[in-house]
Design a protein around this ligand. Structure first.
Ligand code: BGC
Length: 743
């Protein structure tokens, strides 16, 4: 390595700082090979020709379900396998690094790239993304986690300044990246376009320098998003290695030379940046191998992924599953022209796209069909034909959703409605046939003012190229739905927590909702939603009992177990979700947060004790300040096991004392101090020499609430003014005692 660096001129080093879509610069140095990047994350977007302006002119590849879809699988093993499948396909196309996964949280359901992201929750995101990275890299394909960080909207994405508090930044938006980076160890990290609290991500001292490189010890290559490099010098100094694509050749070399000559950048800093790219080139070279794979098997895996991910949202009177003998008709153009992926850089050219109508007609050639609409338009004739078709069958399979143009990278949605034509079609069809089963294609939540018109609703999301056969299996009950929502479906847009602050003004977007985003808000504010986070039906039923929780202080974790029984008549899968309510939920924090989950299979009547662990790290909160740090708070924790955030089936409590209590200062009031075990005794002893103050302390245990408040509201600062015997020195000593760790 040292020898390669030594051989390079400043110009050559400079050229290694920039990538020309899609390969890195070639150098006259035989030990250094270019590496090739391609977009993910639901398939390999390998352009046929480099520099093709048509970003959709790509080599055919397996189109897997979109991340919003496969996140609903809540299945770590499946996502690991998905990573492996993608890793193999990338290798077969000579791709060294796949630009994925994207792990930004879904702050608003309007976000244009929500289909490309996992969830509104950092825990489920980070668990699944870590597996995706591990699977991909096991096959020798590097992962590039993106977009670091807080890229939650497309509107003005290249300039917007995200103004966010330190705690939600750390505990939500960065937490989604933390485990994938520290445990998954992706070869690359892509910085986001936007600014965070004033700094562009690609050059951010805080995000890249202090957190990614410093606290998380990230050793790989940091690359900017496309055309997102601003101050390259500052970027390099904070840990950036590559601009994608950026200035190249003469101009770049000239700039680097000027920085060096002016002493604004040292050669050591330059070498440090370049070294990572040389290492990446070396890593990519070693991992290269000729790979071929069984396309049919990968297509089948795309189907498996879709099967595990689609979410049954409604099933009135057990309308589903269908019986083979049922008389059904199919309505909706999406049955023959499916919506199966999102637009923009993740768009791939599917190898073999299935369509539902075609598959069903192979089994039942006579099935009546009417298009009902064309994209987002309809006509009286199309509606009439749909009504006549619906009247001919017992049950209607009605395909609705968001046409492709509604959801893409590059812009956000402006409302949450499906096209009026689709709503009108449902209205008219349900008038002639009330047994309507809606199948929805969309990458993100939609409003459903029409929900009462649908007896059953299957959320197919964007299910990839094999979505149609997965649908068929689920609708006919050959497989049991097991997807669960990884995001909330609100009743209406104005219910969403960032409604008043999305997408912000031309300069900035303020995350005033703080921690209270997604279900954290709806649950804490007790706001009704259409479908809650974690929700999804099955054709069978599950019952929970016997939740047990204990602390293992040596291993710094909580051990949890709960009994789950399949009480129905069909085999099925359940996603056991564990939510934790920490101490002090009224401090502006969410009441409950997801901290663990497990997906299990149960035969009819079968019962299992599900064992899970929650690491203390996951229970910690971030305490900001000059020496900001993660802390485990002492106090009572409530652990809930349930089927969704809104259906918690069992609860257990545990007292944690191995963490820390809130710091007591001269401004802490007595009422709060005495709530901490042991502090009453200390105060009583120490204030014995200060009878006036002791009187106030004693009032705290009076029976009369007014008197309690007279004592409880006093702080040392207040006491000092009424009790001349209490001096600054006494208070300082008292604080020391009160804050000392118990022996
Ligand atoms: C997107 C990235 C993508 C890159 C290269 C950008 O516009 O934000 O996600 O990897 O383009 O296509």
């Amino acid at each position: 390595m040292a020898s390669i660096l030594d051989q390079l001129t400043i110009e050559e080093k400079a050229s290694l700082l920039s990538q020309i879509v899609w390969e890195t610069t070639e150098l006259p140095c035989e030990d250094l090979e270019k590496f090739l990047l391609a977009d993910g994350p639901a398939g390999i977007r390998r352009l046929k020709e480099y520099f093709d302006e048509d970003i959709y002119n790509t080599l055919p590849t397996t189109c897997y379900p979109s991340p919003s879809t496969y996140a609903s699988s809540w299945n770590r093993e499946l996502i690991h396998e998905l990573g492996r499948h993608l890793g193999i396909e990338a290798k077969s196309m000579d791709v060294d690094v796949l630009l994925g996964p994207g792990v930004n949280l879904k702050r608003s359901p309007l976000g244009g790239r929500n289909f490309e992201y996992y969830s509104e929750d950092p825990y489920v995101t980070s668990e699944l993304a870590t597996e995706y990275i591990k699977g991909l890299q096991e096959e020798g394909t590097g992962a590039c986690i993106k977009h670091f960080a807080v890229n939650n909207q497309e509107t003005r994405r290249m300039t917007i300044d995200v103004r966010i508090g330190e705690e939600p930044l750390r505990e939500l938006y960065l937490r989604a990246f933390q485990k994938p980076v520290t445990e998954g160890k992706p070869w690359m990290v892509m910085t986001a376009y936007n600014r965070v609290n004033g700094e562009y991500c690609g050059e951010s001292r805080k995000l890249v320098g202090e957190i990614l490189r410093g606290e998380w010890g990230y050793e790989g290559t940091v690359v900017t998003d496309c055309f997102a490099a601003h101050d390259l010098k500052k970027g390099i100094q904070n840990g950036l290695n590559l601009q994608m694509p950026g200035e190249t050749g003469e101009r770049l070399a000239q700039r680097i030379r000027e920085y060096l000559e002016a002493g604004e950048l040292t050669e050591e800093e330059l070498d440090r940046a370049v070294r990572k790219n040389i290492l990446l080139s070396e890593r990519a070279r070693q991992a290269r191998k000729k790979v071929s794979y069984d396309r049919e098997a990968h297509h089948a895996f795309a189907r498996r992924t879709a099967l595990e991910s689609m979410v049954l949202l409604k099933n009135r009177s057990g309308l589903l599953p269908l019986q083979e003998s049922d008389s059904v008709c199919v309505i909706g153009e999406m049955a023959e022209k499916p919506r199966f992926q999102g637009g923009g850089s993740s768009h791939v050219n599917p190898w073999k796209l299935e369509t539902f109508l075609d598959l069903l007609r192979r089994q039942k050639p006579e099935v009546p069909y009417a298009a009902g609409y064309q994209e987002d338009q309809t006509t009286e004739e199309l509606l009439l034909e749909a009504r006549q078709t619906a009247a001919k069958a017992d049950k209607v399979l009605l395909f609705l959703g968001l046409p492709e143009i509604y959801e893409s990278e590059g812009y956000d949605r402006t409302d949450l409605r499906i096209p009026e034509a689709h709503e009108e079609l449902l209205e008219q069809v349900s008038q002639v046939n009330p047994r309507v089963i809606v199948i929805l294609f969309n990458g993100a939540p939609v409003e459903m003012p029409w929900i009462d018109r649908a007896d059953a609703l299957l959320e197919a999301y964007l299910p990839g190229e094999a979505g149609a056969s997965a649908l068929l299996e689920l609708l006919y009950g050959r497989e049991n739905p097991s997807g669960r929502l990884a995001e909330t479906f609100p009743i209406k847009l104005s219910d969403t927590p960032c409604y008043l602050n999305f997408p912000g003004d031309p300069n900035a977007v303020r995350y005033s909702e703080g921690f209270l985003t997604g279900y954290r808000y709806y649950d804490t504010a007790r706001k009704e939603v259409r479908f809650p986070f974690g929700f999804g039906l099955s054709y069978t039923e599950f019952a929970y009992s016997g939740l047990e929780v204990s602390q293992n202080p040596q291993k710094r974790l909580l051990e949890i177990s709960v009994q789950v029984k399949n009480t129905g008549t069909l085999a099925g899968k359940e996603v056991v979700q564990i939510y934790v309510e920490g101490p002090d939920p009224k401090g502006g924090r969410p009441v409950r947060e997801l901290k663990q989950f497990a997906k299990i299979s149960l035969e009819p009547g079968e019962e299992k004790r599900v064992q899970m662990r929650i690491s203390e790290e996951d229970l910690k909160i971030y305490r900001p300040g000059n020496s900001g740090r993660w802390v485990l708070r002492n106090g009572c924790y409530r652990i809930y096991a349930g089927k969704s955030i809104a259906e918690l089936c069992a609860c257990a409590e545990i007292e944690i004392t191995s963490g820390i209590w809130p710091e007591i200062t001269e401004n802490t009031c007595l009422g709060d101090m005495i709530r901490i075990p042991g502090k009453w005794e200390i105060l009583q002893e120490e204030l014995a020499a200060h009878p006036r103050s002791l009187e106030f302390l004693t009032l705290c245990r009076n029976d009369n609430p007014l008197k309690i408040s007279m004592g409880g509201l006093m702080s040392f600062q207040n006491l000092k003014r009424t009790d001349p015997s209490l001096k600054d020195d006494d208070i300082a000593k008292l604080l020391e005692k009160l804050n000392a760790e118990p022996a």
